[in-house]
Design a binder for this molecule. Structure first.
Ligand code: GDP
Ligand code: MG
Length: 439
């Protein structure tokens, strides 16, 4: 990982002297690579590296942390500054109704995100969803279905209506009678930016004067998302960006570039297909993700809530050593009950295929007691080296735990799956995930 490579660069320096230009240059070579790999625009990377160099060179080497950690902290801080440390919540007009407009290319997630925002805002407001994507009948239907599933009023075109401005106006007129104080307008997108689309959306914007113009971009499209943001911002003036599909493999460097290039902050993150899967954008997590560390903070918070400190210590020790024993599995089984679905925990980590492996290994809560009994019926040697558990041992364990050989087999199979998963944690995904230490 980036941090390991830093440790190497600074291996000779510890608690004395100053960070030299040469040390810093070596470290920044690694930073540059990590950022480019995460799909951050090269010019943004160049400026970024310059800024870090200026800040780091000549700093006194602190005695309490390693020089590697020191540079890493500067890099991290600069990333946060670039993305903006404070993410503003969506604004509410003092004179209702507040109007939000969703814009973006087709397939980016506009319609889904409109519904997600409506669901979130429903706690404190009375939102209405308005279909102004009149180019595809299916788009109107999609929003109508979403609106009814989350129980918010919906306005769409009347028979044969093709002018989005008229639909939006009618929606606004309906607000006071139905006590709606928040209007969320979905608009048309194309697969590529074109004049006609831009003009249609611009005219609609002039007419409804939205308080937020939110560009929805697909994080998987990388650099493409940035040029889209640039054009939409120039033509329409954006107030924010929603970065969708962050539940996928994308490292999300676009988040950084978009803010640096357009000045428009990322405000929300789409993290799944379901209407609940929307979060306030979190620059901290994004910085970790861009540097290739996964959402470790989120994971550890979650684990810590559930487990005793000792268990957490053990678990992260095992992860570090790429060793996962049946004793660790026992700890995990007990945590699963306290933590809620382990899937949610795993989803936070960029380990490809992790969710699926875990789903396959999913544990029926009612059977956890049996599984515990099976592991407790093993000898310590068996728990640490499960590969020695062959036929006769399996029969003995089944008897001892009051279960069956079949259940012992199942447990060992699940153990194998979890072990593979833990290996993925420890060794890192293709993108190099590691549990960071002591930062
Ligand atoms: P639109 O054409 O911009 O309105 O895009 P849609 O809202 O129809 O979304 C396009 C596809 O992306 C749909 O299949 C959505 O379920 C999916 N989608 C949208 N947001 C997310 C997200 O955050 N994560 C995932 N995995 N899929 C998403
Ligand atoms: Mg749509």
């Amino acid at each position: 990982s980036l941090k390991d490579r830093f440790e190497k660069v600074f291996s000779s320096l510890r608690g004395k002297g100053k960070l030299t230009e040469e040390d810093v240059n070596l470290a920044l070579r690694e930073v540059r690579l990590a950022l480019l790999e995460a799909d951050v625009n090269y010019k943004v990377v160049k400026d970024f590296v310059e800024r870090v160099r200026a800040r780091a060179t000549g700093q006194d080497v602190l005695s309490s942390i390693t020089p590697a950690q020191q540079v890493y902290a500067i890099v991290f801080g600069e990333l946060l500054d670039l993305m903006g440390r404070d993410v503003k919540p969506l604004s509410i007009s003092p004179k209702p109704p507040t109007v939000y407009m969703m814009v973006g290319l087709q397939g980016s997630g506009k319609t889904t995100t409109a519904a997600k925002i409506a669901l979130k805002m429903k706690r404190s407001h009375k939102p209405m969803l308005v279909a102004c994507d009149l180019r595809r009948p299916a788009a109107v239907e999609q929003l109508r279905v979403l609106a009814s599933s989350i129980g918010v009023p919906f306005v769409g075109p009347e028979e044969g209506e093709i002018d989005p401005v008229r639909v939006a106006r009618r929606a606004m007129e309906r607000c006071s009678e139905s006590l709606v104080d928040l209007v969320i307008i979905d608009t048309a997108g194309r697969f590529q930016i074109d004049e006609e689309l831009m003009e249609e959306v611009r005219v609609l914007k002039e007419s409804v004067k939205p308080h937020e113009v939110l560009l929805v971009v697909d994080s998987m499209t990388g650099q493409e998302a940035v040029s889209v943001a640039q054009v939409f911002n120039e033509r329409l003036g954006l107030t924010g960006v929603v970065l969708t599909k962050l539940d996928g493999d994308a490292r999300g460097g676009a988040a950084l570039t978009i803010k640096a290039v357009t000045g428009t902050p990322v405000r929300l993150a789409g993290v799944g297909e379901k209407v609940e899967d929307l979060e306030a954008f979190d620059p901290n997590r994004m910085a970790q993700r861009i540097l290739g560390m996964g959402d470790v903070v989120g994971l550890l918070e979650r684990v810590q809530q559930a487990a005793s400190e000792e268990d957490v210590e053990r678990l992260s020790e095992s992860l570090k050593k790429n060793r996962f024993t049946l004793e660790d599995m026992l700890i995990q089984l007990r945590q699963v009950q306290k933590m809620g679905p382990l899937e949610k925990v795993i989803e936070m980590l960029p380990v490809p295929g992790a969710s699926k492996a875990l789903k396959d290994a999913q544990v029926d809560p009612k059977r956890i007691k049996h599984m515990e009994a099976i592991i407790l019926s093993m000898t310590p040697a068996e728990r640490r080296r499960p590969e020695i558990i062959k036929g006769s041992r399996r029969r003995r364990i089944a008897q001892g735990s009051g279960t069956s050989v079949q259940m012992v087999n199942q447990l060992l199979h699940q153990y194998e799956q979890m072990k593979d998963l833990m290996k993925a944690f420890g060794k890192g995904s293709r993108k190099g995930f590691r549990i960071p230490q002591g930062l």
